[in-house]
Design a binder for this molecule. Structure first.
Ligand code: FRU
Length: 488
């Protein structure tokens, strides 16, 4: 009966997508090479997995409108992480535990087991006093059509955890045991709770993997846990973490106790538009991350769900990044090499001397990749400023403040919508070179610096024609060793 309801809801939503697809496709703000839903709203990446020779993205999805509502799981597959084919929706709210009073199939993850594709997700219902969340299972023989487990939910909120703060399971396998970590809150502090199972259906609590003592907020959304090299990484998106939206911790972990001790912490991305990243293993073993290129604070209903809502859609994913462990214990997040297939019309310039205050034009337009290496030995300037996406009265400024050792991503004049300055450190210690790498698309700029340790993803809703991009040095001269630019 309930499987029938899910299939009916998927069919209805598919029909809606069919009627809206063409119109949405022609929206002025649609991205050129970033992953988006076909219609409607998307948020977190879910169930990212390489399964039977293809990459699968699932995603939090309201296919009907460009705003958040009762959540479905969208689904797409790819051979190369760049070109995507949409598949039928994977999950629709249909059961008491994921449907009642506008609940939904909230975020979760995927794993292969017994030749089937398993999804673990948070069923959210409204019990009349607010959300009630529990972890649920669905599976599929063909990787396309899913069925929910009859005995769902498989893990309910334990005593002391508010029922509306128990969600986003991330599953993995170690030896012959499955593990999952999910976000929770206890006594006002965020937790990542660890569970284990032999069969994916019966779960047992192991331990609190890690918890906030206040410094990392009151609830961790979308926790993820994985190994890189000989270290373990816990990442999460804190609620109540102020500007921090994507934290990672690096440390040691013991499967016997289920405790994680971290030594290093950092931010995956310091920008405004990077949230709820999920990791997965690529075909060749790389650890890749995909994030939602928005964040709740800047995409609120009181701002009409942002500027793309009127085009019938909202939300996309940032470019996939590879997590690499550095010798000093930090992580770098490097755009995946698969992106190189997009490159066209290479422009290369060497040894450009920037005199104080003179704007040097880099390129036209908004859809490009740019790599710069600034020679710090021959640079006397206090600041190097990128003025990007400049049109009549609009500009986005990224300031590399060499004196204050700070990067400032300034959107105050970027478009008619975005405001604010995102800040992060510019690591200049004993460096001869400042490295800058940018992916710019129709409505976004992703900046990578400090060997991919300081990254800023920010959306720029300027789609005016005739945009130009400049670089300028202030307070002295600067020497650019190499400038490479591609159309994408
Ligand atoms: C994070 C999040 C998750 C939740 C989902 C709902 O962006 O709030 O915690 O499962 O989105 O769509």
């Amino acid at each position: 009966m309930s499987q029938k309801l899910m299939l009916e809801k998927i069919e209805k939503a598919q029909r809606e997508i069919d009627t809206k697809r063409e119109v949405v496709k022609h929206g002025k703000m649609r991205q050129c090479y970033h992953f988006m839903g076909e219609t409607g709203w998307i948020n977190d990446p879910n169930g990212l997995i390489y399964f039977r020779g293809k990459y699968h993205y699932f995603y939090q999805h309201n296919p009907f409108n460009g705003f958040w509502d009762s959540m479905y799981w969208g689904h797409a597959v790819s051979n190369d992480l760049i070109h995507w084919e949409y598949l039928p929706l994977a999950l629709a709210p249909s059961e008491y535990y994921d449907n009642h009073l506008k609940g939904g199939c909230f975020s979760g993850s995927a794993i292969e087991h017994d030749g089937k594709l398993y999804l673990v997700y948070t069923g959210t219902c409204n019990n009349g006093n607010g959300f009630e969340q529990a972890q649920c299972i669905a599976y599929s023989e063909d990787g396309i059509h899913f069925e929910k487990y009859k005995e769902n939910p498989v893990i309910s909120a334990p005593k002391g955890v508010p029922t509306d703060m128990f969600r986003d399971p991330k599953v993995w396998k170690h030896e012959d045991t499955f593990y999952l970590v999910c976000g929770a809150s206890m006594n006002g502090f965020a937790q990542a709770r660890l569970y284990k199972s032999k069969d994916m259906l019966n779960w047992e609590f192991v331990n609190v993997l890690a918890e906030s003592r206040g410094e990392w907020g009151f609830m961790w959304e979308c926790p993820d846990f994985f190994q890189v090299g000989n270290k373990y990484v816990l990442m999460f998106s804190p609620m109540g973490g102020k500007e921090r939206t994507s934290v990672y911790l690096v440390g040691d972990f013991d499967y016997n106790t289920g405790k994680f001790f971290y030594k290093t912490s950092g931010e995956i991305d310091w920008g405004f538009d990077y949230y709820a990243p999920q990791s997965f293993e690529a075909a060749d073993g790389r650890r890749l991350l995909v994030g939602w290129a928005n964040a709740w604070d800047w995409m609120p209903f009181w701002k009409d769900w942002g500027p793309t809502y009127r085009e019938g859609w909202c939300g996309f994913f940032n470019v996939p990044r590879e997590a690499v462990l550095n010798k000093n214990g930090t992580l770098s997040f490097i755009p995946v090499k698969e992106l190189e297939v997009l490159r066209k019309n290479k422009l290369e310039r060497k040894e450009i001397l920037l005199e104080d205050g003179r704007e040097e034009e880099i390129c036209d337009g908004s859809i490009y990749e740019l790599k710069l290496k600034v020679n710090l030995k021959n640079t006397t300037a206090d600041k190097i400023i990128l003025k990007l996406r400049v049109s009549d009265h609009k500009r986005t400024e990224i300031v590399f403040d060499l004196k204050k050792a700070e990067i400032r991503f300034d959107r105050n004049h970027a478009d008619d919508w975005s405001k604010g300055i995102a800040r992060g450190p510019l690591n200049l210690m004993n460096k001869d070179c400042l490295d800058i790498h940018i992916y710019s698309d129709k409505i976004s700029v992703e900046l990578f610096s400090n060997e991919y340790q300081n990254n800023f993803s920010c959306n720029i809703y300027n789609v005016e024609k005739g945009q130009k991009n400049y670089i300028v040095a202030e307070g002295g001269v600067a020497e650019i060793d190499t400038l490479e630019k591609w159309d994408l």
